[in-house]
Design a protein around this ligand. Structure first.
Ligand code: G6Q
Length: 546
């Protein structure tokens, strides 16, 4: 792979041109862009696989787009994309391929990692997951005492939790309603206690989801879950009927006491935050059924193919990724809001926080140079319309530039009265208000007293994307996730960072292990931390002793 040094990004012809060009665009208003080109709202759109992207309300011109596309070319985004699809070890710091795209490759396609076609393995696991899901859903699989499974609890954290929770909530409409699903992630005992307190172990199945099967939180929670289950079921043999594992680590799984016949595997080329469509999605599959799960995979795959084959000027993830680079690096935008107008997507912003920030929250390039440009913005958001009655104030009239992605659907899954028209009217109204605002003249015309005018003025010129799809079905969810996965890829390729490692989470883990021993040791430990940490540990030990 071509190596570039930090300054090489700033030295590309496209970057230099963009820096100059940004000065011109900064002074212009979206009102003027639309006035000068009344067809802008039809022109600056792209559509693929049922996903419609309106990016006309961005502070860009045709020249901006041309230069951003040139930047993508100069940075070798297409080559890097092809290297990913070809199974090259593009995760250089962990020396691994990055092949979540293989998880949704149709049967019969061919994707190689280190000389081996992985597609048959993927489908073998999917088939086993399907058979298992069907047995739970139909009641054929029973618990140790012969009772039907009514509750499924996924225990996992990070990438082994956020995808399953998000997908369960997003696809709740399609779930088998006589099954209860819960998700335990936090090592705070409250999480597991509250998740189990009203359930009967005889009817409860735990899915322990952990790629490594060594993650402290997950193993602690799984152990507590086992104690909870066995406190009623008594017999160790019950574990086989009430615990299954999703992992790449068979040794640790059997060490924990789970029969590896009840283990669903995946591979080191699936990153945690890119794993919701691997066996990590087992809870999703039990919830929505194998057929719907396959629809979701088909949605992912459709966008993979779109990303892989569509010219960049019409390529949705490329456009989204480039716009993020534009605002982060040339407009000083520190954050990006994700605003889904669908209650089922309530966990989508949280899911995207990990996907985007764990991937591109980096400050060294692939070859270890410190970057001298901005990388990932902070992603955040809430489903509409709730946010409108809280933090949108800042987006409309605050001092910060916050590019927004509005996500809406033509049809609702819950048609009741005129709720959906009202919801959708708010999507369109918000993007309009953000872009065009309200001038002092308009405010005066409304009869506003002069002293109140400045307070009621909306500057406008706040950029947004509008992403519309037909309805939130499993396929559409797959498409939306893949859209952001590949947008993250494009950003990472431009910034020349490794979007697939996460060394930043390591230090805390190591220190926590050491401090846990100090908090729990019977003898007074010799504390050699800084004075602040030493006092915190002492205080806690004293309080615990009381
Ligand atoms: C994701 C990260 C991280 C990981 C969790 C859980 O990309 O690697 O969030 O998913 O730390 O790890 P395990 O699945 O190994 O328990």
């Amino acid at each position: 792979m071509a190596t570039t040094t930090t300054s090489q990004l700033r030295e590309t012809a496209a970057w230099r041109a963009l820096a100059e060009h940004a000065e011109e665009v900064r002074g212009a208003h979206l009102r003027d862009f639309f006035k000068a080109d009344p067809a802008r709202g039809e022109r600056l759109t792209a559509e693929a696989e049922g996903i419609y992207l309106d990016y006309s309300k961005n502070r860009i011109t045709d020249e901006t787009l041309r230069l951003l596309l040139q930047l993508a070319e100069e940075r070798g985004v297409a080559e890097r994309r092809d290297a990913m699809f070809a199974g090259e070890h593009i995760n250089v710091t962990e020396d691994r391929a990055v092949l979540h795209v293989a998880l949704r490759a149709p049967k019969g396609s061919h994707i190689e990692v280190d000389g081996e076609d992985v597609v048959p393995k993927v489908h073998e696991v999917l088939d086993r997951m399907s058979a298992f899901s069907d047995r739970i859903r139909s009641g054929e699989w029973t618990g140790h005492t012969g009772r039907r499974i009514r509750n499924v609890i996924n225990i996992g954290i990070g990438g082994s939790d956020l995808g399953p929770v998000m997908a369960y909530e997003a696809l709740r409409h399609y779930t088998q309603r006589d099954l209860t699903f819960r998700f335990v992630s936090n090592v705070d005992g409250t999480d597991i206690v509250e998740a189990t307190r009203d359930l009967d172990p005889e009817e409860t199945l735990f899915i322990v989801s952990s790629k490594t099967f060594t993650t402290l939180e997950t193993i602690r929670n799984a152990t507590t879950a086992r104690e909870w289950a066995l406190s009623k079921l008594g017999d160790e043999a019950a574990v086989a009927k009430h615990f299954v594992a999703v992992s790449t680590n068979a040794d640790e799984v059997s060490e924990f006491g789970i029969d590896t016949a009840n283990m669903f595997g995946f591979w080191d080329w699936v990153g945690g935050r890119y794993s919701m469509d691997s066996a990590i999605g087992l809870s999703t599959m039990i919830a929505i059924g194998p057929e719907n799960f396959r629809q979701m995979l088909a949605g992912f795959h459709a966008i993979d193919e779109h990303f892989r084959t569509t010219p960049f000027e019409r390529n949705l993830p490329v456009l989204l990724g480039l716009l993020t680079v534009w605002y982060s690096d040339f407009f000083g935008a520190q954050t990006q809001a994700i605003l889904p107008y669908d209650q089922y997507l309530k966990r989508f912003p949280a899911y995207l926080q990990q996907l985007t920030m764990e991937s591109n929250g980096k400050s060294v390039t692939l070859d270890g140079q410190r970057v001298d440009y901005e990388t990932s913005p902070v992603y955040w958001g809430e489903p509409g319309t709730n946010g409108q009655h809280s933090f949108y104030q800042l987006i409309h009239q605050g001092t910060k530039l916050i590019p927004c992605d509005f996500i809406g659907f033509d049809q609702t899954l819950n048609p009741v009265a005129n709720h959906h028209d009202l919801l959708t009217a708010n999507v369109f109204a918000q993007t309009e208000a953000l872009a065009f605002g309200k001038t002092p003249e308009q405010v005066r015309e409304e009869g506003t007293p002069e002293w109140l005018v400045p307070h009621r003025v909306f500057e406008g010129n706040r950029p947004s994307n509008t992403i519309l799809a037909d309805r939130l079905d499993p396929g559409t969810l797959g498409k939306l996730v893949a859209l952001y996965e590949h947008s993250v890829f494009v950003q990472g390729a431009i910034w020349n960072v490794n979007s697939f490692d996460q060394w930043g989470v390591e230090l805390g883990k190591v220190l926590a292990k050491r401090i846990a021993e100090e908090l729990e040791s019977k003898a007074e430990p010799e504390l050699t931390h800084d004075s602040s940490t030493n006092v915190l540990i002492k205080r806690y030990r004293e309080s615990k002793g009381r």
